[in-house]
Write a protein that binds this ligand. Structure first.
Ligand SMILES: [Zn+2]
Length: 336
């Protein structure tokens, strides 16, 4: 919030648009882009700290305007370069070697879309860490000391106390230790497991974790949030159902299914003729997890849910094989 309030955003936008408009070369344009839109820009930092809907809309609006201005200036610079070449006697109408225009990876596009939905619900986007302690990844999440997922054949250990996170759930632990509730956060990121790559498994994959901790929230809030999220992502006619399940860090736990967005619930090969598609897991934060991070479970309640980004991309675009996302074949990735 501090970085949000400390910046005069209309002035920032004007200054950025002026810098983009004044860029006389691709290099100058890129410098302006990095300064005002890059990962370390004030805009990107403020977007990461956004907690309310109005600010999210304001900052995303500025981001869209600046991205459009950069693209327009790029086209203009190309046109000017062609004019100069023509004046110098170069025939620019001779076909050149086509160079494809770059774009965001499909998984990045979907991740941004998911972040925008949660920003609109008043959540903050939280950046966790891919390297996690064994305590954060397993113990604090109430995992059984003998759980097979802890084994060195399932998990990448850096040393006896440190792993590459196997799920985004340790971000819950880090966030609850670092922040004072109420907490509403969504944490997307890469996870790692010692899986052999095949059509539906990969040693690295993207998950999204959602965590809400507050006083007086109920399972109905979880259901409403999940429903709102999937309707925004897949269409207003979607229904969500929950089935009981079992995760160490939630009690009770559920898995949720969404009505198939290919057949609308009538049944098709994508939903294996059930009309429903499994999307992820969720539940009520286990009192032991609250105790592990020093919160009093009689005072605070909360829910968490998580799902895979690749799965959403595969289902939405009918992609049969997960490996397409990591093989970087531009003939595939260029279609999105
Ligand atoms: Zn179907």
């Amino acid at each position: 919030m501090d970085s949000l309030a400390a910046v005069n955003w209309p002035a920032y936008e004007t200054e950025a648009l002026n810098a983009v408009g004044a860029a006389l070369s691709e290099q100058e344009l890129d410098e302006a882009r990095v300064k005002y839109l890059g990962r370390k820009s004030e805009l990107a930092q403020a977007l990461r700290g956004v907690r309310d809907r109005e600010s999210g809309i304001l900052l995303n609006g500025i981001r869209s305007k600046l991205e459009a201005a950069v693209a327009a200036r790029e086209t203009e610079l190309t046109r000017l370069a062609n004019e100069h070449a023509a004046e110098a006697g170069v025939d620019v109408t001779i076909p050149g070697t086509p160079i494809g225009r770059g774009r965001l990876h499909l998984l990045t596009q979907i991740r941004r879309e998911i972040e925008d939905i949660f920003l609109g619900l008043g959540y903050e986007v939280y950046e966790g860490a891919e390297v996690s302690t064994v305590w954060e990844n397993f113990d604090a999440l109430n995992a059984d000391p003998a759980h097979p997922s802890r084994s060195k054949t399932d998990t990448f250990y850096i040393d006896d106390d440190t792993v590459l996170r196997t799920q985004t759930s340790p971000d819950q632990i880090r966030a609850m230790q670092a922040k004072t509730p109420p907490i509403y956060l969504v944490s997307p990121g890469r996870c790692y497991r010692r899986d052999t790559p095949d059509a539906t498994h990969s040693p690295t994959f993207l998950q999204v974790e959602c965590l809400a901790v507050d006083r007086g929230i109920t399972l109905a809030d979880l259901q409403g949030t999940v429903l709102k999220f999937f309707r925004t992502l897949f269409g207003a006619e979607r229904e969500v159902r929950m089935r009981t399940s079992n995760f160490p860090f939630t009690e009770p736990s559920v898995e949720f299914d969404v009505t198939c967005f290919i057949c609308g619930g009538r049944g098709c090969p994508v939903c294996k003729h059930s009309g429903w598609i499994e999307m992820g897991g969720a539940g009520w934060v286990d009192p032991n997890v609250f105790r592990n991070v020093g919160l009093d479970p009689s005072e605070w309640q909360g829910f968490a849910f998580g799902f895979g980004i690749e799965r959403i991309a595969m289902l939405r675009h009918g992609l049969p094989d997960l490996r397409a996302f990591w093989e970087n074949d531009l003939r595939v990735l260029g279609q999105f």
